[in-house]
Design a protein around this ligand. Structure first.
Ligand SMILES: [Zn+2]
Length: 199
């Protein structure tokens, strides 16, 4: 063992009731949602770049590098968010709850999402009957914040998967929330080319 060596928790993925528990749901579940949405998507006109980034937790670095290279016209980040439906939560501290659907982010400490993009996601969820909740996260950021301010500003949003026990080896997500995120992203990608997010 030398200074600088990587270590990791030895932890398997478990199905627990309606959910999945494992390490690094943040952000393996985001990659899963991305891949499954691409599989589920039907006709689309937008050019889609799917990027799995590194070093989000230490300063949104991979997202900034990817966004700088790809020059996207719209950014949708995928990340977990805090489900505070546990002791200590309640009221304004709840943020999101497991089993209440895909979380459409309004803001976190890294970005304020483009309001027209928020509205587009919300309209699709309502029209398609996809279970969803609106998310305001007082602390913590996502990759969208790393790309939003590049190239003169890019309309950005984050679609979040509610997660309990964030940043522990027992991160827990709900299977129906994961499916709601896949459905919402797939439907968005099919009509992403119709969006006008100019403010
Ligand atoms: Zn995290």
């Amino acid at each position: 063992m030398r200074i600088g060596d990587y270590v990791t928790m030895d932890r398997t993925l478990e199905r627990v009731g309606d959910g999945y528990v494992g390490k690094a749901m943040d952000d393996r579940i985001g990659v899963f949602v991305m891949l499954e949405a691409l599989r589920a998507m039907e006709r689309h006109e937008a050019t889609i770049h799917a990027a799995a980034t590194s070093q989000e937790e230490v300063g949104l670095r991979g997202a900034t590098a990817s966004g700088s290279a790809l020059e996207p016209t719209v950014v949708v980040a995928l990340d977990i968010t805090i489900a505070m439906d546990i002791p200590g939560g309640g009221g304004e501290n709840t943020i999101t709850e497991l089993g209440k659907g895909a979380a459409i982010k309004i803001m976190d400490s890294s970005l304020i999402c483009n309001p027209k993009l928020i509205e587009h996601f919300r309209q699709i969820a309502e029209r398609e009957g996809i279970s969803h909740q609106m998310e305001i996260l007082p602390q913590g950021g996502t990759d969208a914040g790393g790309v939003q301010r590049l190239h003169g500003g890019i309309p950005s949003i984050t679609l979040s998967i509610p997660c309990r026990y964030v940043h522990t080896p027992n991160e827990m997500v709900n299977a129906s929330d994961v499916q709601a995120c896949i459905d919402l992203l797939a439907r968005y990608l099919e009509e992403a080319h119709t969006g006008d997010y100019t403010l």
